[in-house]
Design a protein around this ligand. Structure first.
Ligand SMILES: NC(=O)c1ccc[n+]([C@@H]2O[C@H](COP(=O)([O-])OP(=O)(O)OC[C@H]3O[C@@H](n4cnc5c(N)ncnc54)[C@H](O)[C@@H]3O)[C@@H](O)[C@H]2O)c1
Length: 449
């Protein structure tokens, strides 16, 4: 049931907006992925849709990441519509919330992108789709945007990647971050999926879209062009908690906590520059909800409905050693109000400081060069990493063997598993220290008495 490319499709393909000789720079496997020439990452309105025959896609999940929401700029269907134009045919939308799925399709069919959705069928499970499909419905890509508790394991009902590879061998996958959400002992299952993806040569991209920012690629370019060795990464992620109204996000038993669910983006970005982490070195401390300094005055959810042991920390600060010897640090804060997050990543190398500010809203990159105190500032108006991520995926599906200039996918499943593992290590380290601190305070008060 694989989907061989047709010669006519290949002949019709326009050059990719991301094609560039420098995008092929290889720096080995692991998290040091090749970079993309930042000047090639063009805004969505300047991109030209690919040409060729129909491109079948299956969507798993009819939620915010797939169809957009007021919470942020994510919306994979919108980027696919722009990348593929009238070629896009969404053959199935899989979601147990059938009403929600039907409603989003109805909305799409009222717009000029109707041709992509007018024949889309809704199914509760992938298996139902497979039982009811014909050969003409075979997808060329499956986009997975279901919640992470339903994926990233080898267990029935939570093994969507394995199911997709079983039913559609050779078909490309896009999977949202994080790789999984479950008990820490299940991490090995996620790694076994990564191995299966690699062994079967399945094209797979994971949704760490910050890697595709033009600013991030400029940082990579500076490091590559000057042959730099990263000495340290310093990351800070302060979310605007007032805007977070999903009760699950505040409940560790449901979302695994803010480092695994949200800080994951910056842990992954840190790894993108620092390389693999020596997990045994991870240290962390947290400020908890029940400590005086952890009181929040503008929470939108009723935290008393969440069992105390499942409530999330307000601050988590971690440090670690990369296998290269470099040092990483990350502080996550649930502290700001309003809407916008305040996030920064600094990368240091001999003579260099690369400081990425505000990557979610309006990325700015400050670069300090050797022998100078001056900070050079770069702005990146109209950058859309979500589009670049989808664009690279489609280019890889259509071209991976034929066009050596196609940019590489910047985050594969194994890389995503390593970021997931780092976030779990941070959570565990902070929880270990919490117990130690609690014991210490008992000891102190006992000796004071
Ligand atoms: N990269 C980013 O910036 C970004 C942004 C938003 C969300 N995400 C990720 O996308 C994923 C989904 O988040 P969301 O905000 O869209 O959530 P959501 O709750 O809005 O939507 C999830 C949808 O999946 C459906 N679903 C539940 N179980 C399913 C299953 N077994 N099979 C298929 N569908 C199922 C739900 O009914 C719901 O419609 C999460 O992993 C999240 O972290 C990433």
């Amino acid at each position: 049931m694989s989907t061989p490319r047709r010669a006519s499709e290949m002949a019709n393909r326009r050059p990719s907006v991301l094609d560039s000789p420098s995008s092929r720079r290889q720096s080995g496997r692991s998290s040091r992925r090749p970079s993309i020439d930042p000047s090639r990452l063009i805004p969505i309105d300047k991109a030209i849709a690919t040409t060729g025959s129909d491109f079948n896609v299956v969507f798993i999940g009819a939620g915010n990441i797939m169809f957009g929401s007021d919470e942020g700029p994510w919306n994979h269907s919108f980027r696919l519509e722009h990348k593929l134009g009238p070629r896009l045919k969404v053959v199935a939308l899989i979601d147990p919330a059938v009403e929600r799925a039907t409603a989003v399709l109805q909305k799409k069919c009222e717009t000029f992108v109707r041709s992509a959705y007018e024949n889309t069928r809704v199914f509760r499970t992938l298996e139902d789709f497979v039982k009811n499909m014909s050969r003409k419905d075979i997808p060329r890509a499956v986009i997975v945007g279901s919640p992470p508790m339903f994926r990233g394991t080898t267990q029935p009902g939570r093994d969507i990647e394995l199911q997709i590879m079983k039913f559609f061998p050779g078909v490309a996958l896009f999977v949202e971050k994080p790789a999984a959400t479950g008990p820490v002992h299940e991490i090995e299952e996620a790694f076994s999926i990564a191995r299966h993806i690699k062994e079967t040569n399945t094209i797979c991209s994971v949704g760490y879209m910050l890697r595709y920012l033009r600013a991030v690629q400029m940082m990579k370019q500076i490091i590559d062009d000057n042959n730099l060795t990263v000495m340290a990464t310093i990351a800070r992620y302060a979310c605007a908690y007032e805007a977070i109204a999903k009760p699950d996000w505040w409940d560790k038993s449901r979302s695994a906590g803010p480092i695994i669910e949200q800080g994951t983006h910056f842990c992954d970005l840190s790894r993108y520059f620092g390389g693999d982490v020596d997990i045994s070195t991870v240290q962390a401390h947290s400020l908890e909800w029940n400590e005086n300094a952890g009181h929040l005055s503008k929470m939108k959810v009723d935290e008393t409905a969440i069992p105390p042991e499942n409530r999330i920390p307000r601050v988590t600060a971690a440090t670690w050693k990369y296998e290269s010897g470099a040092v990483g640090s990350f502080t996550h804060l649930v502290a700001l109000q309003g809407h916008d997050y305040s996030c920064e990543l600094e990368v240091y190398a001999d003579g260099y400081q690369l400081k990425l500010v505000n990557p979610y809203v309006q990325p700015v990159l400050y670069v300090r060069h050797p022998g100078s105190d001056h900070e050079e500032m770069h702005r990146f108006p109209d950058d859309d990493p979500f589009f670049s991520e989808i664009s690279v995926l489609i280019d890889n599906i259509e071209d991976i063997e034929e066009d050596p200039e196609t940019a590489q996918i910047l985050c594969d499943f194994e890389d995503a598993c390593k970021s997931y593992q780092l976030t779990w290590a941070i959570r565990e380290a902070s929880e270990r220290n919490k117990k130690t601190e609690a014991q210490a305070s008992v000891t102190t008060s006992a000796s004071a008495a």
